[in-house]
Design a protein around this ligand. Structure first.
Ligand code: UFG
Length: 348
C-alpha cells in the first residue's frame, strides 16, 4: 500500500449519483479510488467534477461488472485494492417491473463476480448499497435494522433482498471477507460545490429531480402523488438523506472493516436522518430555502408507494459514529444550485 494513502478502494458505479459523492469523500479522507462504471446511466464528465472538487482524478475503468473477465482484469491491473463499495446496479423501480430479467441479471451477477474474486485478490472489506425498500410498508416507525423484511413489491426491491441474502450466505460459508450492508433511505441533494449531483436519464421518476426540473421550467408542474394518505398532511412520508451525509457513511463503514473495529463479519446499518418528512413538507422546504415557487398539483396515488417510512439511525450513530448533519433546507438549496449549474452548462 502507498504509505501516504489509507488504502485503495474500488468503487463500482462510481460515476453515478451516490458513487460520485462517495468517491469525493473517500479521496478527501485519504483513500485512493479506482472507479469502474459502464456509463449506462452516468456521464464520463462526472470525473471532471470530482477532480475539480478534490484535485485528484480517480483511476477510471470503463467496463461492465457483470462480465467476470472484466472484473478480473481490473484487479490484475490495479493491485492492492483493500475494499469495494458496490454501487453498480440498475435502480429504477418502474423499469424493473418492465424488465425483470435485466434487473436480476445485472444486480446479482455484479455481486457474485465481486464476492467470488475478492478472496483471490486479497480484498478485505465490502460495502453493499441496500435500501429501506427491503422493509416494505413498516408496521411501525422509526424502523430499526431488526424489523422483519417483507416481500418486495418490485424486481428492483427483490434484487436488494436477494443480494443481502447472498452476502449472508457467502460470509457464513467462511469467506475471509467482511461486509457491511447500508440500507439507504431517500438520498437527495448534491455536493455543496455544485460540481456533481444527480442527473437522471429522461423524465425523472424520483421526487427531487422532478421538483428541481419543474422549478427551472423543464417540466410544467410537479404532481404530488396523493394527499389522502393517513399522514399529518395526507402526502407520503420519507426520510430524505443528504447525499454527502450518505457518502460519509460509506467512509465510516469501510474504516470499520479495514481497521478491524468490529469482530462481526457482517453488519447492517440504516442510513437515514431519523426524521420523517412528507412530500408536501419537502416542497415547502425547497420553496423556503430557495425563494422559488414550484407549480404543482395534487394527483392520484402512485401504485406501489409505501405510505410512510423513516429510519431509526441509532445503530449507525452509535456503532459507526456517523450522523446525518446537513439540514433539509440546505439539502434542497444544494439540489437547486446543482440544477442551476446544469442550466449554465446547457445540459438541462
Ligand atoms: N412523488 C411525487 N411526485 C413525483 C415523484 C414522487 O409525489 O413526481 C412522491 C412519491 O409518491 C413518494 C415520494 O414522492 O411518496 C418519494 O418518491 P421517490 O420516487 O422519490 O422515492 P421512493 O420513496 O418511491 O423510492 C426511493 C428510491 C428507491 C428505493 C425506495 C425505498 O427511489 O430506489 O426509495 O423506499 F427503493
Amino acid at each position: 500500500m502507498n504509505q501516504t494513502m489509507k488504502g485503495k478502494i474500488l468503487v463500482t458505479g462510481g460515476t453515478g449519483f451516490i458513487g460520485s459523492h462517495t468517491t469525493v469523500e473517500l479521496q478527501q479522507a485519504g483513500y485512493e479510488v479506482v472507479i469502474i462504471d459502464n456509463l449506462s446511466n452516468s456521464n464520463i464528465e462526472v470525473l471532471d467534477g470530482i477532480e475539480r472538487i478534490t484535485g485528484v482524478r480517480p483511476v477510471f475503468v470503463e467496463g461492465d461488472c457483470t462480465d467476470r473477465a472484466v472484473v478480473r482484469r481490473l484487479f490484475e491491473d490495479n493491485p492492492g485494492i483493500n475494499g469495494i463499495i458496490n454501487f453498480a446496479a440498475s435502480k429504477a423501480v418502474g423499469e424493473s417491473i418492465e424488465k425483470p430479467i435485466m434487473y436480476y441479471r445485472n444486480n446479482i451477477n455484479i455481486l457474485l463476480n465481486l464476492l467470488e474474486l475478492m478472496p483471490e485478490f486479497g480484498v478485505k472489506g465490502f460495502v453493499f448499497s441496500s435500501s429501506c425498500t427491503v422493509y416494505g410498508e413498516p408496521d411501525k416507525n422509526p424502523i430499526t435494522e431488526d424489523a422483519p423484511t417483507k416481500k418486495a413489491t418490485s424486481p428492483y426491491g427483490a434484487t436488494k433482498q436477494i443480494c443481502e441474502d447472498i452476502i449472508h450466505d457467502v460470509i457464513r460459508s467462511g469467506s475471509p471477507i467482511k461486509a457491511i450492508l447500508l440500507r439507504y433511505f431517500n438520498p437527495i441533494g448534491a455536493h455543496p460545490s455544485a460540481e456533481i449531483g444527480e442527473l437522471p436519464n429522461g423524465v425523472p421518476q424520483n421526487l427531487v429531480p422532478y421538483l428541481t426540473q419543474t422549478a427551472i421550467g423543464v417540466r410544467k408542474e410537479l404532481s404530488i402523488f396523493g394527499d389522502d394518505y393517513p399522514t399529518r398532511d395526507g402526502s407520503c412520508i420519507r426520510d430524505f438523506i443528504n447525499v454527502v451525509d450518505l457518502a460519509k457513511a460509506h467512509v465510516k463503514a469501510l474504516e470499520r472493516m479495514l481497521e478491524d473495529k468490529s469482530d462481526e463479519a457482517l453488519e447492517i446499518f440504516n442510513i437515514g436522518t431519523g426524521n420523517g418528512t412528507s412530500v408536501l413538507e419537502l416542497l415547502h422546504s425547497f420553496e423556503r430555502a430557495t425563494g422559488v415557487k414550484v407549480p404543482h398539483k395534487i394527483a392520484p396515488r402512485r401504485p406501489g408507494d409505501i405510505v410512510q417510512i423513516w429510519a431509526d439511525p441509532k445503530r449507525a450513530n452509535e456503532v459507526l459514529g456517523w450522523h446525518a448533519e446537513i439540514s433539509l433546507d440546505d439539502t434542497m438549496l444544494s439540489a437547486w444550485n446543482w440544477q442551476k449549474r446544469l442550466r449554465e452548462r446547457g445540459i438541462m
